[in-house]
Each structure stands twice: as structure tokens, then as C-alpha cells.
Design a protein around this ligand. Structure first.
Ligand code: SAM
Length: 233
């Protein structure tokens, strides 16, 4: 497995996930860009969102993904996250039916109950992807889909940038970041039993450059990826 420190060009102080998101929560929605994940969800040809009955949103954060799912007609959504402050925002937003404080790898949600398992922008916080894909498989009903939107390994390596935020005192702080090759996703997904049904990569395009002009040097570099997995019945 790759070690992010081999690529780190920022050398920010690093905190664990719950500490980091607990401090980022107030400004998180101002900094995360829809171009990173929502734009990829918009492009997917599967799932047929309106036919999804019940979704598990793993690493639901403040509920951005849940709100998008609601807008696309998903009637039942359960969310799991380990950061209480992020969950509190999701609760205020009201897109989810049930919100659980817990780890996505041992979610405690009922097995075989979801026709969609979805995660957006959490893979870089997991040291090993296999327990995630195994848990998604456990939660999935026959014929279910699993959608994973990932921070692209190429971008992490090229930019040398961890997931980070600016603290209340103005200090840039990194949240423990791991680099997963796309082949790590493929191996972990296939290993859990999933079949890859679709994949997209998001590039640093004009939409990105409009909000991040300093990223001109990354023009057309892949920054995120979406994988759609199917549980054959
Ligand atoms: C970048 S945010 C993404 C939130 C949301 N999915 C979105 O797209 O806005 C990452 C979230 O994953 C959560 N997270 C990271 N690792 C986790 C784990 N092992 N179990 C549960 N939640 C986790 C963090 O607490 C945080 O809320």
C-alpha cells in the first residue's frame, strides 16, 4: 500500500478524521466543490436513481449526497458517519431517515437491506479499502448497486496535497489521508464480490478553474473518480 507521506508537499500538521471534520464542520460546505463529486453523480448512467428505494449513505457528512439523492427521487436514505458535528448538520438538513454515529466499515446497519450503497469522498480516509467494500456488500440486497466517489490518486500524488482545511486560527490542517490506486479499488471491490458496472473520472476543467484559478497547472488532470458496482443476484 502507498504511503501519503511519500507525496506530501505541504507538511501540514495532521489530525485524525473525527478531530479534523469536527473542526472543519462550520466551513466544510463552503470549501467542498460540487465539481468533485456531484458533477460525477450527474454523469452516471446507472443507477436509475428514481428506482432506488432505500440507500445507505456511508460517510454521509453534512448530508450533501443525501440531499442530492432526495432531489433525484430516492425515498429512503440512512446515513452513517463517525464525526458527531457533521452528523448534526445532516440532521438539520433532514435528507436522511436515520442517521447513525459509527464507522462505515462496521456500520451496524441491517444487512441485505439496501438497493444502493453510496459513499462520496471518504476513501482517502480509509487505510485499507477492503473492509469498506466488504461492509457495503453485507448491506446490499441482491442486484443492489454500490457507488463510490473517490479522491483520484493521481491528483493526490501530483499535487502532494492531503485533504485539509483552514482552522479557526488560520492554520492549514491535514486530515489523515491515504492514497489508493484505482487498481486498489478494483481489487477490493472484486474481492468483496462486486462487479464493476461503470466508471467515470472527473478532470480539472473550466468549472474547477472558475473556482480555483490557481489550479491552472492541473488543467485536465483527473481529480476524482466514480465507480459503480453491481451485486449480481
Ligand atoms: C469529505 S467528507 C464527505 C462527506 C459527504 N459524503 C460529502 O460528500 O460531503 C468525509 C466524511 O467521511 C467521514 N468518515 C471518514 N472516515 C470514516 C469512517 N471510517 N467511518 C465513518 N465516517 C467516516 C468523515 O467524518 C466525514 O464526514
Amino acid at each position: 500500500m502507498l504511503d501519503f507521506t511519500d507525496f506530501d508537499t505541504r507538511n501540514y500538521r495532521t489530525v485524525d478524521v473525527a478531530t479534523g471534520y469536527g473542526q472543519w464542520v462550520d466551513t466544510y460546505e463552503d470549501t467542498v466543490q460540487d465539481a468533485m463529486d456531484i458533477a460525477l453523480l450527474d454523469e452516471l448512467t446507472a443507477p436509475a436513481w428514481r428506482s432506488v428505494r432505500r440507500a445507505a449513505d456511508l460517510g454521509c457528512g453534512t448530508g450533501r449526497t443525501g440531499a442530492w439523492l432526495r432531489r433525484h427521487g430516492v425515498p429512503g436514505i440512512d446515513g452513517v458517519d463517525l464525526t458527531p458535528g457533521m452528523l448534526e448538520r445532516a440532521r438539520e438538513r433532514g435528507a436522511h431517515d436515520h442517521l447513525v454515529e459509527g464507522d462505515v466499515r462496521t456500520s451496524g446497519l441491517p444487512g441485505g437491506s439496501y438497493d444502493l450503497v453510496i459513499s462520496s469522498l471518504i476513501d482517502e480516509h480509509l487505510p485499507d479499502l477492503r473492509p469498506y467494500y466488504d461492509e457495503a456488500w453485507r448491506l446490499a440486497a441482491p442486484e443492489a448497486l454500490c457507488v463510490v466517489v473517490a479522491f483520484h490518486p493521481h491528483f493526490i500524488m501530483t499535487s502532494g496535497m492531503p485533504t485539509h482545511f483552514t482552522s479557526a486560527s488560520g492554520e492549514p490542517v491535514a486530515i489523515a489521508t491515504h492514497v489508493h490506486l484505482l487498481s486498489d479499488h478494483i481489487a477490493a471491490g472484486l474481492g468483496a464480490g462486486w462487479r464493476l458496472a461503470e466508471m467515470r473520472e472527473g478532470l480539472v476543467d473550466e468549472r474547477w478553474l472558475a473556482v480555483k484559478p490557481k489550479w491552472e497547472r492541473f488543467r485536465n488532470h483527473p481529480v476524482s473518480a466514480a465507480l459503480v458496482w453491481r451485486k449480481d443476484g
